[in-house]
Design a protein around this ligand. Structure first.
Ligand code: PEP
Length: 249
């Protein structure tokens, strides 16, 4: 069976109740392919998860943008995987580059988070990607492989994991990877999974691209054989997100 196209919207730390309602209305009214063709998951800030989940069309799902690395308890400010499960939130984004860079999340910490979230029944969008400096030094694949390895060492079952390749230099910069650049890394990542995990996992795991995806550039990216969807930041707050959901059709 082919890999179902996946489009995630990462709203980051944005939105007021009014803005959130507007975005949900746009999503609910948009013309999109059926859910057996494209899977859509939007990720509002924690505080808006219940309202978005309750108002969003039922074929779209929600994701948290992070969760704690183990069982909840005395961890002020954190939200546990158990809480997300309790709220009926099916997905979580882990290892986003903003958290890696600004909050010092290491590869190992992200690997632990992915393993714990999966163990609690969450599905995970696991983010990997190189900085501009690393790309210019020719170490893109080495960096991405190390990030993926830290996850692979902690998990056995990849069926609830989507890998998001998000080059840091493309996130929020308007500087999108070319379709060839995205395809090159996605194909290498799939090859890494084939060699280091299994051919089955390599074949079935969705590898999505993130970094300045817009309505204008999504079709060409979606046409690449190893690009199985997108993780969208800025454009997921705008009506053009509907066009991105339609990118593969
Ligand atoms: C992101 O933060 O995951 C992202 C891809 O952001 P943007 O689309 O704004 O570059």
């Amino acid at each position: 069976m082919g890999r179902k196209f996946f489009v995630g919207g990462n709203w980051k730390c944005n939105g007021t109740t009014d803005q959130v309602e507007k975005i949900v209305k746009t999503l609910n009214e948009g013309q999109v392919p059926p859910s057996d063709v494209v899977e859509v998951v939007v990720s509002p800030p924690y505080v808006f998860l219940p309202v978005v989940k309750s108002q969003l069309r039922q074929e779209f799902h929600v994701a948290a943008q992070n969760c704690w690395v183990k069982k909840g308890g005395a961890f002020t400010g954190e939200v546990s995987a158990e809480m997300l499960v309790n709220l009926g939130v099916p997905w979580v984004i882990l290892g986003h580059s903003e958290r890696r860079a600004l909050l010092g999340e290491s590869n190992e910490f992200v690997g632990d988070k992915v393993a714990y979230a999966l163990s609690q029944g969450l599905k995970v969008i696991a983010c990997v990607g190189e900085t501009l400096e690393q790309r210019e030094a020719g170490s893109t694949m080495e960096v991405v492989a190390a990030q993926t390895k830290a996850i692979a060492e902690k998990i056995k079952d990849w069926s609830n994991v989507v890998v998001a390749y998000e080059p840091v230099w493309a996130i929020g910069t308007g500087k999108v990877a070319t379709p060839a650049q995205a395809q090159e890394v996605h194909a290498s990542l799939r090859d890494w999974l084939k060699t280091n995990v299994s051919p089955e996992v390599a074949e079935s795991t969705r590898i999505i691209y993130g970094g300045s995806v817009t309505a204008a550039n999504c079709k060409e990216l979606a046409a690449q054989p190893d690009v199985d969807g997108f993780l969208v930041g800025g454009a997921s707050l705008k009506p053009e997100f509907i066009d991105i959901i339609n990118a593969a059709t």
